[in-house]
Design a protein around this ligand. Sequence first.
Ligand SMILES: [Zn+2]
Ligand SMILES: [Zn+2]
Length: 287
Amino acid sequence: MSHDDPIEAPPEGASCGTHPEREALVTCPRCGSYCCIACWHNAVHRCHACLVRDPGPVVPWQDHERSLPARFFATLGDAFRPTRSAPTFVSASVRSGLSFAFLTFVPVALLSGIVPYTHTLGFGLSFSVATLGSPSGADIGLDIARAAGIGLLIAVAMLALLAVPYHSLSRAYGAKEQPPASLAVMLYRAWLIPLGGLVSSILVWGLPGEPDSNVRLIIEVASMVPLLMLVSAMLSTARMASGVGPVASLVVVLVPFVLLMTVAPIGLEAIRPWLPDPELIRETFGV
Ligand SMILES: [Zn+2]
Ligand SMILES: [Zn+2]
């Protein structure tokens, strides 16, 4: 997608080609039609009709001309440029999104459960590990598997709480005919949901001492980054691939997160019995 096409202003008083009641702000350099703010995609310098007609490159994962590792890492890398990669979801398939989620979301979600939900092992400072009580090797193996399962369960619940309202709101506020982009983006970027928790538990485990308030803040910010990348991908995809207007796309993304924040405390209360005993951890590490 060329970013260099010069943009011209439409003539004085011209109205949008799609919305006659709105003032035109930009002339699309591709097709020459007059666009209002809702019809113009500044990130890719083209109007919505042009973007739908020719969305440009596909999601790298679906580009079968490339090698498997190249497809995999290019698709991971796209998460770091959520706006520029949003048009790729116009031609994304839910089936390919599922296979990518299986390779990324599932392992990250399983790993994210191990540090917080394992009872038989305590994860101390500087990556130290101690057994809590006197479990057998089989006990520990089962316990780790169960902890990973809890991690997966929580991540799947979060994914569903975000994806279901996001998809149905995108359908309601978006273009009449729209690709399954709102489902595809959630599957391709689902790994960002459990990543923040995994990053923060690894950082805390690796610290040489109890974190002070500055270190805590840095860890908190680092664990928020993946979620912000997801928010940005959801916003740009609603705008560019599902055809949701600039204001409505904020609603389409905000509602799922408000829902998640409302339900999360209830869910955390429900899993409290599965959490390791903090008293036992303190005794083992003598802190
Ligand atoms: Zn155009
Ligand atoms: Zn318009």
